[in-house]
Design a protein around this ligand. Sequence first.
Ligand code: NAD
Length: 467
Amino acid sequence: MQTVKLLINGCFKDGYKNKDVINPATEKAFAQIPVASKEQALEAIAAAKYAHPSWAATPINERQAMLSKLADRLQENAEEFSRVLVQEQGKPLAEAAAEVLYTEAFMRYFAAYDASAEVIQDDDDMQVEVYRKSLGVVVGIVPWNLPLLIGANKLGPALVTGNTVILKPAPTTSITTLMLGKLASDIFPAGVVNIITDENDLGATLSGHPDVAKVSFTGSTATGRKVAETAASSLKRLTLELGGNDAGVVLDDVNVAETAERIFAGAFMNCGQVCIALKRLYVHESIYDELCEALAKIANNAVVGDGLESGVQIGPLQNEMQYQKAQKYLADGARDGTVIAGGDVVNRPGYFIQPTIVRDIDDSSPLVSEEQFAPILPIVKYSNLDEVIVRANNSEYGLGGSVWSSDIARAKAVAAQIASGTVWINHHLHFGPHIPFAGAKQSGVGVEFGKEGIAEFTQCSVISVMK
Ligand code: NAD
């Protein structure tokens, strides 16, 4: 494993101490990371502030080329990144390789950003143009489930639009982000890209600092509220991508075998630790038994293990706290429903839980009403479609959702009534750099990806000419 350092003002730095990084598949330390002090966080903000004017003045084609070069380097080092990602995050190697590939593809999309002004009026009286200017210093705060991809999705749009950046990954998954810093260090001018780590204690220093113009935060809704509070003092621009409790609604006309496979993929990817994973499934009573049985069979056959072992489909939970939380949800499922697959931890070192399916459960169970973020899927029976739409919407969250039917028109009519940022039909958990991604209700504020998402890293600025 290569040594990783903080990146501040173009220099690699040690932290004020080192910290072990635990591999969740073994519970053993496999590497160390430097931990930044508060003074180093302030140093990173000062460096980013100093670097901003000349970076903003750098021609867009040069900024684009630098971002493309970072994508090239990531591609060249994809195998190493994937293997380290497995060890720090826990996901199977194929999923880690997909995260690295997605990271590269998202960067290339951001690098192709069209910065030309939009002419919105040009007639005999007036010419009105809309420009998109950089904001200044952008802070990106990242969770532990998709650390590389989510970090890069803050870095890319911020840089191409002329902002300077401080990235702060989650304490348990900082290595691949620091490795990205190593690749970026001699591409970008000093201070343009800064990467610091913490022990969950520097977020408020970053989001509350008056020299930070924008915070792009991904994490839990509870922490998102704290970020909004600290950012309020200087009315920073905010993008908050928060928690979710996505419902899947299965109509009575699906092909059960095919639907079960796709639902399993949408619920159990990354060990269920995806904001837009399918987290509660509503199934029509006419096919309830059949679909429960099909999902239980898939769960029982899924290969659980260390992500570096070949053939593994489901890795461990990412960290001990999440492992403890997952066990509480296992107990909720056993108490409030019937466990038809899994239901226990795996008897080996590591934060492993058997892929679990719980039936005969209702909305009052915390396993259904809360975000479990674990490989445990509750399946709720329904008989009335109008009523189940109300139940699917009865949540503080509104990130994603899905409708399953062989009749697309019927599915679309249901999808239109689901109160979430994205609704998938006959799949779940698909996203891409060109597709705007937004949380409704307390799942978020603002948009990521697509031209709408990139625009959030800019100040809209109008020049109006009287003719
Ligand atoms: P978390 O909220 O605990 O931590 C996220 C980040 O915030 C970490 O880097 C953490 O160090 C930092 N942080 C902690 N306290 C802070 C503070 N007071 N101010 C600023 N930053 C602070 O989330 P997590 O447990 O790492 O991630 C899981 C959660 O993230 C789930 O709820 C999941 O749904 C959500 N998530 C959402 C999306 C999305 O796009 N909507 C994507 C991935 C994960």
